[in-house]
Write a new protein. Sequence first.
Length: 400
Amino acid sequence: MPQISDRGERMPASPIRKLMPYAEKTIKKGIQIYHLNIGQPDLKTPVEALNALKNCNLETISYSHSAGNESLRRKMAEYYKKIQIDVSYEDILITVGGSEAINFAYYCILNYGDDVLVPEPFYSNYFGFTTETGARMIPVRSTIENGFALPPIEEFEKVMTPRTKALMLCNPNNPTGYVYSKEELLQIRDFVKEYDLFLISDEVYREFCYEGKHYSVLELEGIEDNTILIDSFSKRYSECGIRVGALVSRNKEIIKTALKFAQARLSPPSLGQIVAEASLDVPQSYLNNAFIEYKSRRDFIILELNKIKGVYAPMPKGAFYTTVHLPVDDAEEFCIWMLEEFSFNGATVMLAPGNGFYIGQKIGKQQARIAYVLEIDKLRKAVECLKEALRVYPKRTIEQ
């Protein structure tokens, strides 16, 4: 039998989705699952976006421009200008979700064997994307004790090699909810400038910063040709299924190169772009209400989680995630046990094991990512369920 490729063997499974086979069996047993494992918002997609899809009078759903519809890109440029990011529509390339934008960025800047620095823990798919390119992801560890703040720049310098090519940020951060301050971004700016690195910043959660202003890497002066912004409509407007994101850079060579990859995959989703363009006309009140709702959920769940003996959940500053310490030896085993063997009042909870957000997987072995994307009543029931699971779990590390 022909052999699977080395790349395929190295490709990591998603910690967010790899437990789905267990969940599917649990659902078949009639047990309800509170899904805190995945960042799928439960807020309603804006009616303006849905109406644009319902009322489109296309006779043929055709390919779009490989860079995306110009009308969408122009409207995005207007959106960015409102938040102090001065770019032209020609600096924007529409992609199949934020994931493809990251892929294109990596394809544009990385050669086989190059290194990408990233604060750890990190969004798990970053590791998969670097594996696809044949590059290496080099982690620089942040810690739960200080809320996953940016590690000292000296820690980045310690792992530099002649093959270091880029630094990857997620701001606000997935999986920790940390938001990098202006001072931290200025430190990154100086580091990137000194070593002439690319700086890629995934900013899809920018609307959800609960403790002050969000600063974009495209606001940093002096590294205009080094910066690449990753964006997406998925989380902002609760429309993950349209699969529309963007790669944004003032570096003309980046856009020119990314367009070649975009042409190879033909075009981004035509119907998704119709929804995305209409979303940019949604009243600010929609985003304001989403902000208030997620902040309320954050405040509730962090307070309740920290009441559980042995659990520690730092207060996230943005997004809708928190990475928590659990009183178990192996969080993945615990997550599987909750799906296979445990239920409370006819329900159980699904979490994302923390080890998949680290390269050194033992580091996150007692951690899990929680996405607070459910309404507060369901979050309350989920926390009660988790508390009971930790009370009766045979391998808990502390007495309840």
